[in-house]
Every structure is written in structure tokens, then in C-alpha cells.
Design a protein around this ligand. Structure first.
Ligand code: NA7
Length: 537
């Protein structure tokens, strides 16, 4: 074997939650020769890269973890209601150690190109270090939010201060002390980072294009009792999550906002606001289905913003009005709106007065206002769901590029497989519930399903498995139809629609019918002999 060529049964790209579990399943259950290729210097995926101040998961800790191994659940005890970035990274390192995964992971091995060789029926995966990995199966575990979106602003290269993107945060401590900081973006990330940066910086300018809703997280430390009670109830927690649409341990009660008497619904919303977190949205079951109901809930949050922010002018600028609540990824926060009561925090509306350029010492707005700063933080999000896949320069049958196959938007079967890309599977790919769920639940379902289909292919001597064009067309239409029954497509600038990246096709990408329904679809495909797949002996 050539030193730079490695022959394998399977290559997995990415060592986050999905890649680690996929490696475990293929190695331990199917006994395959498998390696993980990871661009980062350690495991963790999104939690390896997103080290910005305030980075924290919005799923609750005891649900944001693997459930496939009871010992992992018993031995790891979380310290807070929501896990912070550093704790999740420690957790994933703990899992990798326990399951002895690191020996099969190549770190600092960024995939530059992956091409299907129709003659040899192998994937050729080329990396930045000059190696080629050849494997029968290719599984992408690259995450949905890993390819950063950096706006192309004139003059950025001339800026003499520090520049950071939250999704590629440095490993060394960034000092904000005595500095004037500009932060661009008020999505979930900006909403987490702004209060933390404000605590440390001399002055903070928040450049907001679209005001956002946010619900208090109500984070708090968890006691030791919590963990001991939790491990007695693991099966019950699992079962609640598997029954729910979003993979969280709750389902919305059977009640509608608009049909609930005003005083009663106000009390329900107040109680949900006090509990905090993503469960707020689930206090009724029609928030994303009915405009009138959504408006009542949106107005409730707007009133909370007005009540919290002292300066009426600032409060007005913070009121989200261009999209219904929940149609963009709903952030949860710790003291976000309160932060605008600090004298050193300034909110700038860059929809009214857009950024025109960056100069050596700061940012210039279109009315020629100059904001002088020592640091610019881009909290401008990601080329979501498709960006990281396209960066791998995937070429399927006949050299077909993924970007050409997806010129009108991603087209997949179940978000798991793409026609003309045989023996390739995409964990939490576009067309699967992914970002609309508590991710580890979606990931475990995908990895188990992929493991089963590979096992089936191996047992039956299938040399190729490929989604049919008809199945992918039908599924992609179904994903669109399901989204159109909800209010979700009503957010114009949402990354769910690809609308945050200039030139990206506007297609609603995640599957909105719920992880529970989605699992049934996948199971029926399996029960019907992998209907929708072309299986070649
Ligand atoms: P998001 O949710 O895409 O938010 C990005 C923010 O950056 C959003 O407020 C954007 O405004 C703003 N943005 C993007 N480009 C620009 C330019 N050119 N000028 C001004 N403002 C801009 O990304 P996040 O990282 O916050 O969250 C992504 C997910 O990661 C999150 O939901 C979690 O699941 C984890 P816009 O709304 O487009 O007007």
C-alpha cells in the first residue's frame, strides 16, 4: 500500500456528536475498518470551534448527550441546567476516551475533495495533508452549522484591530478589558455573546440588522440529587424525547393560544416565561401553525422587551416585527435585553443605516457615521446545512458535483442520501429534522439507521446503495409541503431557508413534521426492503 493511500471500509468525516457515534457503531457493531477525518485538532465538532464567550447549548444538559450507552449516562454528571461549551467539550472527550475512539481519528485532516470511483466502486477522499483515503462507504458527519458566514464588507482587510468570527473562536483567551468592541449579529450566538462581552468591555456597539425574539433560559446549577434522580429515570426521559416532535422531553399540550381565554393564556405564558427555555414555545400546540395564535405569543414577548429595556427608543429598536415568533431559530438568553440598560452598551440599527465599509479603526455606516473600535466580532452565523457538505467538493457518479446536483437547492432522500452519490450517507443532512430538534436525538436515530443499512448491504453483498431520483424528488417535495403548512417559511432572512447567504437558493431545508414522524418514515423504508434505494449486487 502506498504510504499516502489508506484503504478502508468506511470513512466518516467529522468528529462531533455524530462522527463519534458513527465510528463507534461501524467499528464495534459491524467490525469495519473505519477512520474519522477531522479538520480540528480535537473531538467536539461545533463545540470545538464555537468557543465564544457565553457559548452554551439551549437543550437541557441531561437530554443533550448520548443515550445509546447507559454507563456514559450514569458516569457523567452535568453541572448546570444548560451545558456550556467547555463542559460539552469535556463530555465529548470523556466519551471518546471511554469508547477508545481517538485511535481511529485523524485530527487536523481537512477533507478537500471526495470523488466516487465508479470502476472500483470506492470513494477517494483527499485531504489537506496530501493523503487519499479509499473506502467503500463515505459518511458525512460535518454538522449543520459549521461553515461560517463571513459578510463581504469593503475594507475589512484594512482594519488594524482584532477580528473574530464566533464560529472560529481562538483557543487563547480573548481580552475585552478596556476595549471598544463592535459585534455584528443578533442571532442565537450574538444574543449569548453580547451580555458576556458587555460585562468585560469598556464599550460595546451592537450592530443589529433584524431584531430577534428571545426567551429567558433560566440557567442554574444542578445538584448532585438531580443526577441520582435522573439515572433512576433514564428510560422515562428517553421515552419522552422519542415521542416528541423536537426530541426534547416534552410535548405541547392539546390547546391553542387563540382558543384559550385571555386571562388563562396570559397565566400560562407567564408561568412558561418563568420556567424559561425552549419549552416556552411548546406551552400551546399551534404557535407555529396559526398566525393569530402566533401574534398573541409574539406580542407577549414584545411586551416583555418593553418592560425590560428602560430607554424607550432602544426598546423600540429591539422589537421584532418582521417575522412571527419561532420562525427563526428561537434564542434563549441570560440577561440579553437587560444588557441594553448599561450605559456603555449602544444599539445601532444597521437595517435603517447599513454598514457601508470598514476602515483602519472601525466601521463606517451609510450615513457616514464612524464607529471607532479595537475589535470587531462577527456573530453572523453559518452557511447552514449545505455549506460544510459543499466545501468537501463531493463528486458523485460521472464526476457530478454536489453543488451542481443541488443548484436549485438540496435534494435528498430522507436527508440521508443523494441520488448519483452511491454509498454516501449524510448524518443530519438537509431534508432531515436536524436543526429543528435536540440534535443528539436526531443524530442517534440517523447513525443507527445508517448502521443498519450498511449492515444490510454487507450481508446481502450489495456493492452499491443509492437513493433513487424519484424517491429524492418525492421526499424533497414533501419537505417543502410540510414546511408550507406551518408559519416557518414566513421568516424572510432565516438560515432555515438559506436566505442569509447571498445567492443561495431559497428552499426550506429541515424537515418540519417532527422527529417522531420522521423516524416512522425511516422505519417504513427499512421495513419495505429499503424502498426508494437502488441496491446493486
Ligand atoms: P444566525 O442566527 O444566522 O444570526 C446571524 C446574525 O448576523 C443575524 O442577526 C443576522 O442578521 C446578522 N448578520 C448576518 N450578516 C450580516 C451583515 N452582513 N450585516 C449585519 N448583520 C448581519 O447565526 P447564529 O450564529 O446567531 O446562530 C446560528 C445557530 O447556531 C443557532 O441558531 C444555534 O442553533 C447555533 P439577519 O437576521 O440576517 O438580518
Amino acid at each position: 500500500m502506498n504510504h499516502d493511500n489508506v484503504d478502508l471500509d468506511a470513512v466518516v468525516v467529522g468528529a462531533g456528536f455524530s462522527g463519534l457515534y458513527q465510528l463507534y457503531c461501524l467499528r464495534e457493531k459491524l467490525k469495519l475498518r473505519v477512520k474519522v477525518l477531522e479538520a480540528g485538532g480535537g473531538v467536539g465538532g461545533t463545540w470545538y470551534w464555537n468557543r465564544y464567550p457565553g457559548a452554551r447549548c439551549d437543550s437541557e444538559s441531561h437530554t443533550y448527550c448520548y443515550y445509546f450507552d447507559r454507563l456514559l449516562l450514569e458516569e457523567w454528571s452535568w453541572s448546570e441546567r444548560y451545558p456550556g461549551q467547555a463542559e460539552i467539550l469535556r463530555y465529548l472527550n470523556f466519551c471518546a476516551r471511554k469508547l477508545n475512539l481517538e485511535k481511529d481519528i485523524h485530527f487536523n485532516e481537512r477533507v478537500l475533495e471526495s470523488e466516487w470511483d465508479s470502476d472500483a466502486r470506492l470513494w477517494h477522499v483527499k485531504t489537506q495533508t496530501g493523503k487519499t483515503f479509499r473506502a467503500r462507504f463515505l459518511i458525512t458527519a460535518v454538522g449543520c452549522l459549521s461553515s461560517t458566514n463571513m459578510p463581504d464588507i469593503d475594507g475589512l482587510a484594512d482594519f488594524e484591530g482584532e477580528v473574530y468570527h464566533t464560529g472560529q473562536w481562538p483557543h487563547n483567551k480573548v481580552e475585552f478589558d478596556k476595549k471598544t468592541v463592535v459585534i455584528i449579529g443578533t442571532g442565537s450566538t450574538g444574543i449569548q455573546a453580547i451580555p458576556e462581552i458587555a460585562r468585560q468591555a469598556k464599550k460595546l456597539y451592537v450592530l443589529q440588522r433584524t431584531p430577534n425574539y428571545s426567551v429567558p433560559a433560566r440557567n442554574r446549577p444542578l445538584s448532585k440529587d438531580f443526577h441520582s434522580a435522573f439515572i433512576k429515570e433514564i428510560d422515562a426521559w428517553r421515552s419522552k424525547m422519542l415521542k416528541s416532535r423536537h426530541g426534547h422531553p416534552w410535548t405541547a399540550p392539546d390547546r391553542q393560544v387563540r382558543k384559550t381565554a385571555p386571562e388563562k393564556r396570559q397565566n400560562i405564558m407567564e408561568a412558561a416565561w418563568e420556567r424559561g427555555g425552549l419549552g416556552f414555545r411548546e406551552s400551546f400546540d399551534d404557535v407555529l401553525l396559526n398566525e393569530e395564535s402566533n401574534k398573541i405569543m409574539s406580542d407577549f414577548i414584545r411586551q416583555k422587551i418593553v418592560d425590560t429595556v428602560h430607554n424607550a427608543e432602544t426598546a423600540k429598536k429591539l422589537l421584532p416585527i418582521d417575522h412571527p415568533f419561532g420562525t427563526k431559530r428561537p434564542p434563549i438568553d441570560t440577561n440579553y435585553f437587560e444588557t441594553f440598560n448599561c450605559d456603555h452598551v449602544h444599539l445601532i440599527d444597521v437595517r435603517e443605516n447599513p454598514i457601508s465599509s470598514i476602515f483602519t479603526n472601525g466601521v463606517t455606516l451609510s450615513n457616514n457615521t464612524q464607529i471607532r473600535a479595537n475589535m470587531i466580532v462577527f456573530a453572523t452565523g453559518f452557511d447552514a446545512m449545505t455549506g460544510a457538505l459543499q466545501k468537501m467538493n463531493l463528486k458523485g457518479r460521472g464526476g457530478l458535483k454536489l453543488e451542481d446536483a443541488w443548484y436549485a437547492g438540496p435534494r435528498t432522500f430522507l436527508g440521508l442520501a443523494v441520488p448519483e452519490f452511491p454509498n454516501m450517507f449524510t448524518i443530519t443532512g438537509p431534508g432531515s429534522p436536524s436543526v429543528l430538534t435536540n440534535m443528539p436525538r436526531a443524530i442517534e436515530q440517523h447513525v443507527d439507521w445508517i448502521t443498519d443499512i450498511l449492515s444490510h448491504a454487507i450481508q446481502c453483498d450489495y456493492v452499491e446503495i443509492e437513493a433513487s431520483q424519484a424517491a429524492a424528488n418525492e421526499w424533497t417535495q414533501h419537505v417543502t409541503d410540510v414546511a408550507n403548512k406551518t408559519l416557518l417559511p414566513k421568516a424572510n432572512h432565516s438560515w432555515y431557508l438559506g436566505a442569509n447567504v447571498p445567492g443561495k437558493p431559497r428552499v426550506f431545508m429541515p424537515y418540519a413534521f417532527g422527529l417522531n414522524h420522521y423516524r416512522n418514515h425511516c422505519d417504513s423504508v427499512t421495513a419495505n426492503g429499503y424502498a426508494g434505494f437502488l441496491l446493486t449486487k
